[in-house]
Design a protein around this ligand. Structure first.
Ligand SMILES: Cc1cc2nc3c(=O)[nH]c(=O)nc-3n(C[C@H](O)[C@H](O)[C@H](O)COP(=O)(O)OP(=O)(O)OC[C@H]3O[C@@H](n4cnc5c(N)ncnc54)[C@H](O)[C@@H]3O)c2cc1C
Length: 479
């Protein structure tokens, strides 16, 4: 029997997950990726002898689907997970340690909060009361979707200081938006799931290898082994519904995988692909265009999800300046800082990456100015840095790192299935119930594979006549 043809557009974590699921369900899968590598927003590049991540990524123990993907890719040993949630918070005025106990959630965070000396004691108790109030919210309630976190916290007695030195620590990095401007619904999701959920839910995991190895290379290996077609540096330019059923996907792509001087992927018309089903796993702006052209009404609204930047400031020292694997900072422009020495492959000295979320005010600042600001800031939290020589300094900027996780955003996130049969959506921006994260991306890919599998199974078996030709046959790619 001829297997059904499925095209997955977009090779980020969502598309990769969908492609694996669909191939395992027995479909002929072609995965299209505009860039010359898989992995999407979580990737790496070479800088001299080092391998640099485009931006620091962390995950929590409650990110179960992401960890399932890592296991399926055979790379679970390339991440490290702390045994117990433990965050050192640095400030020019001292430091605090937020460490969970072995008590069941939410009691496991009690001691960390009451001992958080960067906030006056009376304020810590108020934080506990607000956290319990947040715990009782229903994130799916449309009434809270439109409420900004800052206003809600203020109404619960949370001072400016409490919002900046405690709530922002987790919300700004989790939602990539200024804490006061964050969606209350998504904030409640994060706090309930991670900090007030099961006791081990917030234990932090980081990659011990470059993200490119963890996601891109491992995904290409597995999909190749499973027999999926991967077409890199190939962009879907249009998706068209065919009158007799199925889809025609128009392609552009040079096949060289080289960006032009403006950072765009060069286009050259290529042969079209035909498919019985399509997973659209690209960011919301591109998805709106492709789905709109495929006749999906209302897709234009997805562009309203907007974008929020993340900037990483990378500093290589000639010696070790901290023994912490990572730390958060308050009363400092540094938000979170990570020791990247080992994952990047640095043989001597120490490589720190400062991760700046909600980086609207940094994204257009020249590297020289950021250097002037961040080297002294790092010296204030790591005094040993004052005696160290900086051997390299550079900045990575992801202007559209996530969608803007602001009030009202829940109503804009579409589900997996669409009004077009056989045409499903995936991506961390779709309605996963999660913020724009690797976990959300993987969950969306799993759902997309399930939805398309279910729909294709409900269709009459292909007769061979009048159905779309094999995608591979039209392109001449090996099967
Ligand atoms: C700097 C940074 C830091 C982050 N930190 C964290 C973190 O700490 N923890 C966390 O969980 N998440 C983090 N995220 C978010 C996380 O990376 C994303 O949520 C996730 O990777 C999104 O995956 P995706 O598959 O939905 O989308 P993407 O990764 O955006 O994948 C979409 C893919 O589609 C491709 N594409 C676009 N148009 C076309 C087309 N027409 N044809 C073919 N291909 C196309 C793109 O090239 C891209 O590869 C961070 C993101 C960034 C940028």
């Amino acid at each position: 029997m001829t297997a059904r043809q499925v095209v997955v557009i977009g090779g980020g974590l969502a598309g990769v997950t969908a492609a694996i699921g669909l191939r395992e369900a027995g479909f002929d899968v072609t995965l299209l990726e505009a860039r010359p590598r898989l992995g999407g927003a979580a990737s790496s590049f070479a800088r001299g002898d080092l391998t640099i991540d485009n931006g620091q990524h962390v995950f929590l123990r409650c990110c179960t689907s992401y960890q399932e993907l890592l296991a399926r890719l055979g790379v679970s040993d390339l991440v490290t997970m702390q045994e117990r949630f433990d965050v050192t918070v640095l400030s020019p005025h001292g430091r605090a340690r937020l460490r969970r106990t072995a008590l069941p959630g939410p009691l496991h965070m009690g001691r960390a909060l009451t001992g958080y000396r960067l906030l006056p004691l009376a304020e810590r108790l108020k934080v506990a009361r607000a956290a319990l109030a947040l715990r009782s919210l229903d994130p799916a309630d449309p009434a809270i979707d439109g409420v900004p976190l800052g206003a809600w916290l203020a109404s619960k007695g949370q001072s400016e200081r409490a919002r900046r030195v405690l709530w922002d620590l987790f919300i700004v990095s989790a939602l990539n938006i200024r804490g006061d401007e964050a969606s209350l619904a998504l904030s409640a999701t994060v706090i309930q799931m991670a900090l007030l959920g099961k006791k081990d839910a917030a234990d932090i995991g980081v990659a011990a290898a470059p993200l490119g190895d963890l996601h891109g290379r491992a995904a290409a290996d597995l999909l190749g082994t499973l027999g999926a077609q991967i077409r890199l540096a190939t962009k879907a330019a249009a998706v068209e519904r065919l009158p007799g059923g199925g889809f025609r996907i128009g392609l552009t792509g040079s096949g060289t995988g080289q960006q032009d001087a403006d950072g765009a992927w060069p286009a050259a018309d290529g042969p079209a692909l035909l498919a019985d089903g399509v997973v659209l796993a690209v960011p919301p702006g591109q998805a709106a265009r492709l789905a709109g052209a495929a006749g999906l009404e209302g897709a234009g609204r997805w562009a309203d999800l907007g974008a929020s930047p993340i900037v990483n400031v990378h500093v290589v020292y000639d010696r070790q300046v901290t023994s912490l694997p990572f730390a958060a900072a308050v009363d400092s422009p540094v938000q979170w800082v990570f020791d990247k020495t080992r994952p990047a492959g640095l043989a001597a000295g120490q490589y720190l990456a400062v991760s700046l979320s909600a980086a609207d005010t940094y994204v257009d600042i020249p590297a020289a100015s950021l250097r002037q600001q961040f080297l002294p800031a790092l010296e204030r939290i790591f005094p040993a840095a004052a005696g160290a020589r900086v051997t390299d300094f550079f900045v990575t900027r992801e202007r559209r790192a996530t969608f803007r996780q602001a009030p009202g955003i829940g109503a804009l996130r579409p589900g997996t299935a669409t009004a077009v049969p056989g045409f499903v959506l995936a991506g961390a921006w779709t309605d996963t119930g999660w913020p724009d994260t690797m976990e959300g991306a993987v969950r969306s890919g799993q759902r997309a594979a399930e939805e398309l599998t279910r729909w294709l199974a409900s269709q009459p078996a292909p007769s061979g006549a009048g159905r779309p030709e094999a995608a591979t046959a039209r392109t001449g790619a090996p099967s």
